[in-house]
Design a binder for this molecule. Structure first.
Ligand SMILES: Cc1cc2nc3c(=O)[nH]c(=O)nc-3n(C[C@H](O)[C@H](O)[C@H](O)COP(=O)(O)OP(=O)(O)OC[C@H]3O[C@@H](n4cnc5c(N)ncnc54)[C@H](O)[C@@H]3O)c2cc1C
Length: 454
């Protein structure tokens, strides 16, 4: 049997930052990963990352090929492609990552601080004693040997499937399942073009509720005439189209892709909803995609996953130093994440419901007549309060006369986002009062779903 202060399962962006944060404080850390070391970082992803996420974490800009292209902003195309919103801000610098190299760069940071990597190790189950997680069982995929490992805290950083989260007892107070309708089914390819595209500085997003209901098609330039092209579509109860087929029918039918070749391709899932209401219990913490920490509108989760790894790591160290890493002692990680990014994620969950309620005509009209503006989208994306400049709404009402239903839904959305935002401001300081807070959260989210049902 092995013993550590902390076991982190999953060496993605969340797990590596958590491992670095804990190890640099001198605690013993095992980083358990099912992949071989050299494949860590590989992920089906759009590969886009805002530089502000690195700055917030005090990370320098990597210089070894991890950043493949610099991005000035995003262009959002209406379904008929007649209106283009250009979302750019002097504060915003984005990068398209070489995902494997970026993952290896983060891994090295954790290992340099003393974290011990155990690769080719498949997590099987948590060990639970006296209402607390005290370790894990993991199987070496090369030798077939199962090892029992014990620790004061176990971290679930296993990504979308939340392998530990879903095996926790219900009384731990951590949601075990994520509804399909809160998930985007994605397919993406990295393609080599025959020549560099005209656009190398903007990420392109194509809204189209027929091809990608509740999601979008993206084309992100990677430099050297390569692009990351993909599609995400909401897995709603009423059905959804096959993402790969839709990508071939839409983006890949564009002249840009004539005679292009596939470098790599694949499908994966993106959980796009509010964060888990609580991400801690006795001896266990959930971070990154395993805790549904992805922006519900654009699906970006690399930044929030690293942020959660950092906040979780710091709270784990404090809890262990002060005695028992109980739910109470770990609670402040919830609070920190909710205050910094979770509140924004929660309110954008409502905005996602609004987008799902729109058809292509609504979006064409709303974007063309500026019932929604670039500024709204920028503010929503940067996390500012989503005011929708109501003093200016009179003008919008005038412009929106032919789409009163759309405008009313938009105003209702803004009101519900405000109400949910105010509710997030009351996130409990300790586990006391959490159940009542969670019940109200579920009520507000369900109200949003019903009132904005398509
Ligand atoms: C198609 C797509 C496009 C996206 N585009 C973007 C984008 O452009 N920008 C952005 O910011 N975000 C994007 N995201 C989201 C982003 O990829 C994730 O939010 C982010 O990678 C989450 O990191 P993570 O560390 O939580 O999980 P992951 O990166 O999924 O890492 C989980 C790790 O756990 C390991 N693991 C899993 N199960 C086990 C087990 N049983 N035992 C041991 N190890 C295990 C996995 O091998 C993996 O290494 C996209 C997602 C998808 C699906």
């Amino acid at each position: 049997m092995e013993n550590y202060d902390v076991i982190i399962v999953g060496a993605g962006t969340a797990g590596c930052i958590a491992a670095k944060t804990v190890a640099e404080k001198g605690l013993s850390v095992a980083l358990i990963e099912q992949k071989p070391q050299e494949e860590i970082g590989e992920k089906i992803c759009g590969d886009a990352l805002g530089e502000h996420h690195l700055k917030f974490l005090g990370l320098e800009k990597p210089t070894g090929g991890e950043l493949e292209a610099k991005i000035d902003g995003i262009k959002i195309f209406s379904p008929d492609e007649n209106t283009i919103f250009t979302i750019a801000d002097k504060e915003f610098v984005g990068h398209i990552l070489n995902r494997r190299l970026f993952g290896q760069w983060l891994l090295k940071k954790a290992l340099d601080k003393g974290a011990l990597l155990q690769d080719n190790m498949n997590f099987r189950s948590p060990i639970i004693e006296k209402n607390a997680v005290v370790g894990i069982l993991a199987k070496n995929t090369k030798t077939g040997k199962t090892t029992e490992m014990h620790s004061k805290v176990v971290v679930d950083a296993t990504g979308y499937f939340g392998m530990i989260r879903k095996q926790l007892p219900a009384e731990f107070g951590i949601e075990r399942t994520i509804a399909n309708e809160d998930v985007e089914a994605c397919y993406r390819e990295i393609r080599q073009l025959t020549q560099e595209s005209e656009n190398t500085r903007f990420c392109e997003i194509y809204l189209n509720q027929t091809a990608s209901p509740g999601g979008y098609v993206w084309i992100f330039p990677k430099g050297k005439a390569r692009v990351n092209v993909g599609i995400g579509t909401c897995m709603r109860k009423t059905g959804y189209p096959n993402p790969k087929e839709q990508l071939y029918k839409t983006a890949l039918a564009k002249p840009l892709f004539n005679a292009s070749s596939v470098i790599t391709g694949g499908a994966w899932f993106d959980p796009v909803r509010r964060p888990l209401d609580s991400m801690v219990a006795n001896g266990v913490v959930v971070i990154g995609d395993a805790a549904s920490l992805v922006n519900p509108i654009h699906g970006g989760g690399i930044g929030p996953s690293m942020l959660s790894g950092y906040f979780a790591g710091r709270q784990i160290v404090e809890a262990i130093e002060n005695g028992e890493p109980t739910r109470e002692a770990l609670w402040n990680y919830n609070k920190k994440y909710i205050n910094t990014y979770g509140k924004k994620q929660g309110t954008l969950d409502i905005f996602k419901m609004f987008l799902l309620s729109c058809n292509d005509d609504d979006l064409n009209y709303g974007m063309h007549e500026k019932l929604m503006t670039e500024d709204d989208v920028l503010k929503a994306g940067m996390g500012d309060d989503f005011h929708l400049n109501i003093t200016e709404t009179a003008k919008r009402v005038f412009r929106g006369l032919r789409r009163v239903g759309f405008l009313n839904r938009l105003r209702l959305t803004v009101a519900m986002m405000k109400e949910l935002g105010a509710h997030y401001n009351t996130y409990p300081e300790t586990p006391q009062g959490f159940e009542a807070w969670q019940a109200q959260t579920i009520k507000l989210i369900e109200e949003g779903r019903q009132k904005l049902a398509p």
